[in-house]
Design a protein around this ligand. Sequence first.
Ligand SMILES: [Zn+2]
Length: 243
Amino acid sequence: MSLLVLMYHRARAGLYGNSPEMLDAHFAHIARTYPHGLPGDPLEPGRLNVCLTFDDGYFDFYAKVFPLLKKHGLRALLGLPASFVREETGAAAADRLTVGNDESFLYPERGGFCTGPEIAEMTASGHVRIAAHGMTHVRLDKADANISLEIETPQFLLQSRFVSEPVQSFIFPYGRFSHSSLEAALLHYRYVFRIGGALNRNWDASLLYRVDADCMTSPDALFAPRRLLRYRARGWWNLLRSR
Ligand SMILES: [Zn+2]
């Protein structure tokens, strides 16, 4: 068990986030301590390898996180609910930073999410890779979920707008999935993510676990030996169950 995938949302203090200052110190700790990379990158054997994933694509990712990734030489996977990506917004940057999580989805015109040009700039930098995070950000463990729309469509949409190669990662909204939605995701994507608070052995796992990194109490809190032991134990337990 040597792969820790971290899940973040906002770059602001409070529920579902961390302050930019906390992220700055946390990224510095990761950059100097652990090998880090994106899905499919080679892992260093015998070390804890770290991957950063941010969900939803809030504007503070562009305004606060992207500069920090460049500063520390890190890369992150950005999960986008494809139908919420707009080409432009008339909202001012300062106002966009204040839009709440729910409001970003309910009132996209307030500019709570990154725009197309912002995402294109980030992917071109090499510091950000995009993942599909559903089309409309609904739970995919529900019987009435439109699996084709939510899983296949965002791959085409994101690829045609932002990257030349297929989008290879899918992040289940809310970490929820059903047997059929998991099957569909595995059919179309090479890397499929849930939550679950566990380490992974490597990138080959059919379903990759992530650890919640919002609301950190210190820059290295997630790496405390007792915590890592818990993530590792869950990883082994998941592996045994899957056999
Ligand atoms: Zn989400």
